[in-house]
Design a protein around this ligand. Structure first.
Ligand code: SF4
Length: 329
């Protein structure tokens, strides 16, 4: 039997948040933050997940690791469904999937030294002796480019970029199979962003874990990803190899995101800026048919009534899928 190379398989995942209203605070609707998403990530692969703020990409990342509870679907990590796993088995499985947050300061306990923050994963999982934990912390600091004495300091004594290095060190401590990187560079100075990206790439080359790299900036995602999935209003509208998404977008929304990338980036073709009309509709009441139809420059009557399936629509672009009745050529 051929073994699956997928470290992560997400199947029909939905995460809805109730909207309460009325005198008795009853549920009167739902915010459909993640609305029937399926995706896979192979061992050692990076899937970039891109979309405007509020499209549901961070909720998807948090649903996978169960920081928010999904409403339905499956999240298979190395074949085990995390959504039906609880207790000790879930804690064991969580070693294999870790998260890097946008704001490392919020995710680092300000009252603990860096040494105790980095030793915590070993303590929680009862791994290594105290001496071995100390050695592992020093090695983690070295790996992310921080000096050994950083372990004696507190989070507030570091810059934003250094704190993100600490967040990365904590995420890789247990050598997970998958790291969910939730906008890990968007809060950093531009001058620091490339250093953190390169550190993530080096660590992946060395340790071989897979990344789900979440960002609103398509240029950043392109730099690190093997494949890219584009999200709009809780659904994936296009997915494919980074190269084809960057040079041959098939969905009008992807085209609009690409047009916002500065042309100074040599990896992108020179293109006209497409300014989308209107605001992103509410995920509690998404438009009928194609969810993008209220902002699409190419909308036709069919788009308003029939929801386009995410599927392969152009044989010349290998391994690509798009949810559009009239994809761009
Ligand atoms: Fe635009 Fe229609 Fe395609 Fe939706 S289905 S992206 S509205 S052309």
């Amino acid at each position: 039997m051929k073994m699956s190379q997928n470290v992560l398989e997400v199947e029909h995942l939905k995460t809805y948040f109730p909207i309460l209203g009325g005198l008795f605070q009853r549920t009167i609707g739902h915010v459909r933050a993640v609305d029937d998403i399926s995706l896979t990530i192979q061992k050692g692969e990076t899937l970039g997940l891109v979309g405007e703020s509020g499209c549901g990409k961070s909720t998807l990342g948090r649903s996978i690791i169960r920081l928010v509870e999904p409403s339905s679907g499956k999240v298979l990590l190395n074949g085990t469904n995390l959504l039906t796993t609880n207790g000790q088995e879930l804690r064991n499985k969580r070693k294999d999937v870790q998260m890097i947050f946008q704001d490392p300061y919020e995710s680092l306990n300000s009252r603990h030294t860096i040494g105790s923050i980095l030793a915590e994963p070993f303590v929680i999982h009862n791994l290594l002796s105290p001496k071995e934990r100390d050695d592992a912390v020093v090695e983690l600091l070295r790996r992310v480019g921080l000096p050994e004495n950083a372990r004696l300091k507190y989070p507030h004594e570091f810059s934003g970029g250094q704190r993100q290095r600490i967040g990365i060190a904590r995420a890789i401590a247990l050598r997970p199979n998958l790291v969910i990187c939730d906008e890990p560079i968007s809060a950093l100075d531009v001058s620091i962003q490339a250093q953190i990206m390169n550190l993530l790439i080096d660590i992946q080359n060395e340790m071989g874990m897979a990344y789900l790299f979440i960002a609103h900036d398509l240029a950043a995602v392109r730099h690190i990803s093997d494949r890219i999935a584009v999200m709009y209003l809780g659904v994936i509208v296009e997915e494919g190899p980074s190269e084809s998404i960057s040079s041959n977008p098939q969905h009008p929304y992807t085209q609009a995101l690409l047009s916002a990338v500065p042309v100074a980036d040599p990896q992108f073709k020179k293109r006209e800026r497409i300014v989308l009309k209107g605001d992103v509709p509410s995920p509690s009441n998404p438009p009928s048919g194609c969810r993008f139809h209220t902002r699409c420059p190419y909308v036709q009557d069919r788009c308003r009534v029939e929801s386009p399936e995410l599927k392969s629509r152009n044989e010349k672009i290998a391994n690509s899928k798009v949810a559009c009745h009239f994809p761009l050529k």
